[in-house]
Design a protein around this ligand. Structure first.
Ligand code: G3P
Ligand code: CA
Length: 325
């Protein structure tokens, strides 16, 4: 074989075997935030099935307990921003005029219709270009039901898409005599999610409770400490004693623009130094803020800032961006 032919074959071989930048070591994970919530009402089974078909790495579940201790997949401890509870149970609001998930049994919750998120004071839909409020026939569901959907789809498609549960407001649950962390960990364990090699990432904003999950409840799951406030970004060494990653608001990673270019805080670099993965929230194609396009947002955060993945309402767009890298 002549050298030019050999050379061409070598180049073709290199081209074929060249790893994508999104290989396993550096793989950046896509988390479907409340499902494909940019297209269907958040945390409905329909939004989860649609998200699954977009092939994210994980699908998120926010969790609140019902009166009879069922972990319900819903973002708020209240019902009135995403359901018609005021029509079905008008007398069941508390003195603050709000309806609480924890005051209803799971059977009662099943009687509600779920709709696109809206402001209960004005009735106005939160994201006007998303699925029309009041249309369709959507219901609340439990963590168990959603796991069975995802594990069933993993079986029928041969994929291995994970879950990313978040326990909401554990202190509120404790005040109401409930241990949402323990109940959730028991359900996860029952469905085979026990260790860091199982496809489950457990998240919480409450640092004391997440530390308890590791140190008192002895969970071996991959734990992500969510971060809301600026001062929390200075507690990375403590977080690293029990967590495997952090979930900051993406704006905590961005610094001032210099000569039209984004610059960054040291949050990602410092987190990586302490062995923590960084999964910021939330990438929305219909709320770009300082970015001119979703792809620019992805490039700046995933590539330039070097985060390890993130939460998005538009999993199809984030998967498409990463597949081009
Ligand atoms: O859990 C991370 C992400 O979901 C952001 O928080 O408020 O949407 O649950 P939230
Ligand atoms: Ca969440």
């Amino acid at each position: 074989m002549k050298y030019p032919t050999l050379f061409i074959l070598f180049v073709v071989f290199l081209g074929c075997s060249k790893p994508s930048k999104n290989t396993s070591m550096q793989k950046k994970i896509v988390v479907a935030h409340r499902g494909a919530s940019g297209y269907l009402p958040e945390h409905t089974m329909e939004a989860k099935a649609m998200a699954y078909a977009m092939h994210p790495d994980y699908i998120e579940q926010d969790l609140v307990l019902s009166k009879d201790d069922v972990p319900v997949v819903i973002h708020d401890i209240y019902l009135d921003d995403v359901t018609n509870v005021h029509e079905i149970f008008p007398d069941r609001k508390r003195a603050d005029n709000r309806y609480y998930v924890i005051d209803f049994t799971f059977d009662e919750l099943q009687q509600l219709q779920v709709t696109e998120r809206f402001d209960p004071k004005t009735g106005k839909q939160f994201y006007p270009k998303r699925f029309p409020k009041g249309k369709g026939n959507f219901k609340l569901h439990s963590l168990q039901q959603e796991i069975e959907l995802i594990q069933g789809l993993n079986y029928s498609t041969g994929k291995d898409i994970g879950i990313y549960p978040e326990i909401k407001n554990p202190e509120f649950h404790h005040t109401n005599g409930k241990d949402i962390a323990k109940i959730t960990l028991d359900v996860l364990s029952e469905y085979g999610y026990k260790t860091k090699s199982d496809k489950c990432i457990f998240q919480c904003f409450d640092a004391k409770e997440l530390e308890r999950v590791r140190k008192e409840l002895n969970s071996n799951l991959f734990l992500v400490q969510l971060i809301e406030f600026e001062e929390e970004t200075k507690q990375l060494t403590h977080f690293a004693t029990y967590a495997d990653g952090i979930g900051p608001w993406y704006k905590q990673i961005l610094s001032k623009k210099v000569d039209g270019k984004f610059t960054f805080t040291n949050l990602v670099e410092q987190s990586h130094k302490y062995g923590l993965k960084v999964h910021p929230y939330t990438f929305r194609a219909d709320q770009l803020d300082e970015f001119s396009s979703f792809d620019e947002m992805m490039h700046v955060l995933l590539i330039d800032a070097n985060v390890d993945g993130g939460f998005t309402d538009f999993p199809d767009k984030m998967v498409a961006f990463l597949s081009k890298q």
